[in-house]
Design a protein. Structure first.
Length: 361
């Protein structure tokens, strides 16, 4: 007997999410040190002193369960965005929330739509619940909202839009998004995944759309610009009824106490965010200038990463970079066999990548 015969069909067909290669794994495999990891769009600045002291303080209480309602963090988020706390759902990373949304709303005979080159978790959660994925063709590596509109059917329950998009970094202005959202049927939910929103323009006003469009859910995370990827905390902002449903199916303590404490402090640490953004802009310029010298170009990105056309097999370039101690991300699994994605690191890390890429090519 195989356990695959016992499992759900939609589960046996799943290809697991492939995370960026951890530094320790590469050290073990190749016996090399001084490795640079630019593979998971993390914040290279490390945690701020404020976050570190919040963690030290919170660690004294780890014998206790966390606040299962995340009251303090939800209140801080609600206040920041001018919403009510009953519009906030916390997750173990925004990944958790994305999955909760699919589980709460989509049944196997319904459709979930997302764009070609969209974030890998959308097809994963769709397949895990046995629903049908409808993939809209991309335009210039980004969302083609026109194409997406024409694919909406009465079976479309959920539409995922990442803005900026991962892995391509493409970005849609809020007014274009609004025009799209306005003509999506009320019974179709739209998830606007803004994992990288803090890297873009300062005054993104997508939150205001929540008032007008009850079928809109905005997800954000502390993993990227707030620098807390290892703690796993993200959230959804939505209509209160949607939040209520998501909160019914989440695990009672899905966000741990250290994550809750750190996120609350990080949310008010404006200096860290400003530094992060400045650092990201400088690193982006450094990488683009270096790529230009190598005769390469990247897809214009509003995130903390760029996806580079290496004009060669991206998996091979990735493997050769590994041997030089530089971990990037191949994106052939996204249908981009000649690209690699590189996260913006510290200045010397970016330089290591450029030098290594120059050698490889
Ligand atoms: C577009 C997008 N959404 C969501 C996530 C999930 O991030 P997390 O679960 O760390 O909040 C990521 C992470 O890479 C992402 O790129």
């Amino acid at each position: 007997m195989s356990f695959c015969d016992l499992a759900l069909d939609c589960v046996t067909k799943l290809q697991p999410y492939v995370p960026g290669k951890p530094i320790e794994e590469l050290e073990r495999e190749l016996g090399i040190s001084d490795i640079v990891k630019l593979a998971s769009n993390e914040n290279p600045l490390g945690p701020s002193d404020k976050v570190l002291s919040a963690l030290a303080e919170a660690s004294k209480e780890v014998t206790r369960y966390p606040d299962g309602n995340g009251f303090a963090l939800k209140s801080a988020l609600a206040e920041k965005y001018g919403l009510n706390t009953d519009q906030v759902t916390l997750g173990n990373g925004s990944n958790d929330v994305l999955e909760l949304i699919a589980r709460a709303f989509v049944s196997p005979d319904e459709e979930v739509m997302f764009s070609q080159y969209a974030f890998a978790v959308y097809p994963l959660v769709t397949q895990a619940i046995g629903a049908k994925a409808v993939i809209a063709p991309a335009r210039d590596y980004g969302h083609d909202l026109q194409a997406m509109s024409t694919l909406i059917s009465e079976k479309t329950k959920l539409i995922f839009i990442a803005n900026p998009n991962n892995p391509t970094g493409t970005y849609l202005p809020v007014n274009e998004l609004e025009a799209f959202i306005a003509q999506v049927p009320a019974q179709t939910l739209i998830v606007l995944d803004e994992a990288y929103v803090e890297y873009g323009e300062q005054d993104v006003d997508s939150i205001r759309l929540l008032k007008q469009y009850p079928n809109l859910i905005i997800t954000r995370t502390f993993s990227k610009a707030y620098g807390l990827a290892g703690l796993r905390v993200g959230y959804a902002l939505s209509h209160p009824e949607v939040a209520d449903l998501l909160n019914r199916i989440r695990q009672p303590f899905n966000v741990n106490s250290l994550a809750l404490a750190a996120a609350k402090v990080a949310l008010t640490d404006d200096d860290y965010l400003v530094k992060t953004k400045q650092h990201n802009d400088a690193g982006m310029s450094q990488l683009l200038a270096g790529l230009d010298i190598l005769g390469l170009s990247a897809i214009p990105s509003k995130g903390n990463f760029i996806t580079v056309d290496v004009k060669r097999n991206g998996e091979e370039v990735f493997a050769e970079l590994l041997h030089l101690g530089v971990i990037v991300r191949p994106v052939s699994n996204y249908g981009l066999p000649k690209h690699i994605r590189v996260s913006i690191g510290l200045e010397h890390e970016n330089q290591r990548f450029l030098d290594a890429l120059g050698k490889v090519l």
